[in-house]
Design a protein around this ligand. Structure first.
Ligand SMILES: Nc1ncnc2c1ncn2[C@@H]1O[C@H](COP(=O)(O)OP(=O)(O)OP(=O)(O)O)[C@@H](O)[C@H]1O
Ligand SMILES: [Mg+2]
Length: 352
């Protein structure tokens, strides 16, 4: 199964439209596809024709149940059409962030859920919310590929650096590379700005941009409000053609099989510290386990990536830490667990 997260913290850039229509086009090409709606707004669920409340369980139940295994993905999956299934969402999912705060391995809950359906599908496409929090991290820890829709226009690449930085951090933590490609959406061929933003995106991302481009097409908007993919609602539209092109490109891509990085990680107890700072000269982890001594535990720069990392063997227990980046103290932005200390906030990890 190829698991693709459709991700951008920027709202309204075409994530959900891409999830619904890429999934439907892949299913049309005889692939078995599972859509996972990881957005409490539940737009993918609605856009695939489900009325809110018309289903018993959501992805929230699966994530919260993860580990207990009382609930199987099969209890939650809804068949939408031939080859296309959905794990729906609803507004309850917004409670996931506080509910999961104290959980171990909370970024891996979705990955664990998806393991049990891996043999049943060719593709899993995950719709992410417009923010970088625990839900988006779960999608990133579960995926092998990411698609970043970018709304063509003046601010297309705004926020892109932060997003790439987040993906790099996840790559460093998982010890793998998520294959990441940007997708230009709402492209208006009649405007110069459309081509300017395409060039800007290509300049920033090099080859990591899909050749397929999604044009602005009102049929896409109509289709979603009718709860149908555009290839059913308006099969002859430009929107249908564009998403079929994208599906063909996705099918042609050569993707590496990703080894289960976490299984290897488990050999030695400890923590892989990582921090994204492309311009820094030195990054250290400063913690109670090194007596808060700056310089004792420097991180190594992973060539050219901007990511600094170091695995620190640690015994069972709870540890407080911060990063020292060229003399500035910062908490770990990828770790939502923090504790207050006399010097402000520290990040907290628990090794069990
Ligand atoms: N290519 C397109 N042409 C015309 N309208 C589009 C296109 N793509 C998306 N839209 C419309 O733009 C709006 C935002 O799209 P969409 O919901 O897919 O974005 P999103 O990134 O999922 O938003 P959010 O961040 O809120 O989840 C919707 O009304 C959608 O119908
Ligand atoms: Mg959306």
């Amino acid at each position: 199964m190829r698991t693709i997260a459709v991700i951008n913290q920027k709202g309204g850039c075409g994530k959900t439209t891409t999830v619904i229509n890429l999934a439907a086009c892949l299913a049309r090409k005889n692939k078995k596809v599972l859509v996972v709606d990881m957005d409490p707004q539940a737009h993918a669920t609605l856009g695939l024709g489900l009325g809110l409340g018309g289903y018993e369980y959501t992805v929230y139940d699966l994530l919260l149940d993860s580990g207990r295994k009382e609930l199987q993905p099969g209890d939650v999956v809804i068949e939408i059409s031939r080859g296309l299934d959905l794990i729906p969402s609803d507004v309850m999912l917004s409670a996931a962030e506080p509910a999961l705060l104290g959980r171990d391995h909370r970024e891996y809950l979705l990955a664990d859920v998806l393991k049990s359906v891996e043999q049943r599908y060719d593709f899993c496409i995950i719709d992410c919310p417009p923010n970088i929090g625990i839900l988006t991290f779960n999608a990133l820890f579960a995926c092998s590929e990411a698609i970043i829709p970018l709304e063509t226009g003046l601010f297309a690449i705004h926020g892109l650096a932060k997003l790439m930085e987040t993906i790099e951090i996840v790559n460093a933590k998982r010890n793998l590379t998520i294959t990441t490609n940007a997708l230009l959406t709402m492209f208006d061929r009649r405007t110069r700005i459309a081509y300017e933003s395409l060039h800007e995106v290509q300049k920033h991302l090099g080859g990591q941009v899909f050749t397929a481009v999604i044009n602005f097409n009102v049929r896409l908007k109509e289709a979603v409000s009718h709860g149908r993919p555009v290839i059913d609602y308006a099969p002859d539209s430009i929107g249908a053609r564009d998403y079929l092109d994208l599906a063909a490109e996705v099918l042609k891509m050569k993707v590496k099989k990703i080894a289960a990085a976490r299984d290897e990680e488990g050999k030695e107890k400890g923590m892989l510290f990582s921090f994204y700072a492309p311009h820094a000269k030195q990054v250290c982890v400063v913690a109670d386990f090194n007596d808060w001594q700056p310089g004792r535990t420097p991180l190594q720069h992973v060539d050219g990536s901007g990511v600094w990392k170091r695995f620190v063997p640690l015994k069972k227990g709870a540890y407080e830490y911060k990063f020292l980046v060229d003399g500035t103290w910062v908490t770990d932005s990828t770790n939502p667990k923090v504790v207050r200390s006399e010097f402000g906030e520290n990040s907290l990890i628990e090794i069990d």
